[in-house]
Design a protein around this ligand. Structure first.
Ligand SMILES: Nc1ncnc2c1ncn2[C@@H]1O[C@H](COP(=O)(O)OP(=O)(O)OP(=O)(O)O)[C@@H](O)[C@H]1O
Ligand SMILES: [Mg+2]
Length: 314
């Protein structure tokens, strides 16, 4: 099982669109995929379930909010009991081996994020506060290592555009981090800062793990940045526009973050109506379509970096 977070502080850069389509295409190739929606906006969830369905049978007792709720995440509710199997996308996979499951988010997760952060305080001893830090930050990691998740080849975590505690639990849980970004000034500006913050979190987590007083059964983490995927890339006459090319070059030359070779082009026709049918665009469109061809090359690149091919990891 590989666990990968899709994250960027910057909003609207295509994180959710990439997570939904990458997960669906990987499942259509025979991988068993779990998508975890950690964004209170709940957009990933609504890419696979209708709002009515979510209100009727999911929101009260089948979302990640119920799991994060309570004294310590997962104490009252098991993460594995929250797994949902959306029908339309699974029917569209055309691959008996593949599967796509989802853990739903909840609009109320935004309050939980603040409550979790508040819970970090309130411990008087140094050992106690280190232990609480590790237990809270490591909660998703521990839960995903439950044997009931071992059937999955790939877990993709869609993060909110922030660096709150819930996002941090995703980073601690992940072996890889994929960073979608637009090729523009503001989107590229924060990339090194994002990597620096991830490094800071990893360092602090590992320092507490190695604390000589012992802080329980947590192990060190070592997530790596798989790279930046440029999204919504403007192509004219088969070429990336000069302005965007300059930003891509800048990141390639001067940033610490690796850049993936493949990109996602700007195509409102394909990606604009996300969610309405419950089947991501890359499964609804002919494989001869240029955008689908390009997207499949990106999936090849990502799965190869994760050393994943259908049937792996089980
Ligand atoms: N390649 C693309 N071409 C055209 N439109 C796109 C593309 N990718 C995403 N979009 C559109 O851009 C908007 C933002 O995309 P998305 O929701 O995936 O971003 P996000 O990073 O998850 O946003 P947030 O930070 O709010 O979670 C959506 O309306 C989506 O349909
Ligand atoms: Mg999103």
């Amino acid at each position: 099982m590989r666990i990968m977070a899709v994250m960027n502080y910057k909003g609207g850069v295509g994180k959710t669109t990439l997570t939904a389509n990458l997960g669906a295409v990987a499942a259509s190739r025979g991988l068993r995929v779990l998508l975890v929606d950690l964004d209170p906006q709940t957009n990933l969830t609504f890419s696979f379930f209708s709002i009515d369905d979510w209100h009727d049978r999911i929101k009260d007792d089948h979302t990640i909010k119920q799991w994060y709720d309570g004294e310590m995440p997962g104490r009252d509710v098991s993460l594995a009991d929250l797994v949902l199997t959306p029908e339309p996308v699974n029917k569209a996979l055309n691959n008996a081996a593949g599967k796509l499951d989802v853990i739903s988010s909840h609009l109320g997760l935004i309050d939980i994020d603040l409550e979790l952060a508040a819970r970090l305080g309130g411990t008087t001893t140094l050992d106690g506060s280190k232990r609480k830090f590790l237990d809270l930050h490591g909660c998703l990691r521990d839960a995903l290592h439950d044997s009931r998740f071992s059937e999955y080849d790939l877990v993709l975590i869609d993060c909110a555009p922030n660096f709150g505690l819930v996002t941090k639990t995703a980073i601690v849980a992940s072996e890889q981090i994929l960073v979608p970004a637009k090729a523009d000034y503001l989107s590229t500006l924060g990339l090194d800062y994002l990597v620096g913050n991830c490094d800071g979190l990893v360092q602090q987590f590992n320092e507490f793990v190695n604390h000589k007083g012992g802080t329980g059964d947590h192990r060190p983490i070592n997530p790596s940045i798989l790279g930046v995927v440029f999204t919504m890339v403007q192509i004219y006459s088969q070429q990336v526009t000069a302005a965007q090319h300059a930003y891509i070059d800048e990141v390639q030359l001067n940033s610490k973050v690796p850049v993936l070779k493949n990109r996602i082009r700007n195509s409102p026709r394909h990606f604009g109506a996300a969610g309405e049918s419950g089947v991501p665009a890359m499964l609804r469109t002919s494989s001869k379509d240029e955008v689908v061809r390009e997207f499949n090359q990106l999936v090849d690149e990502v799965l190869a970096s994760l050393a994943l091919s259908p049937g792996d990891g089980r």
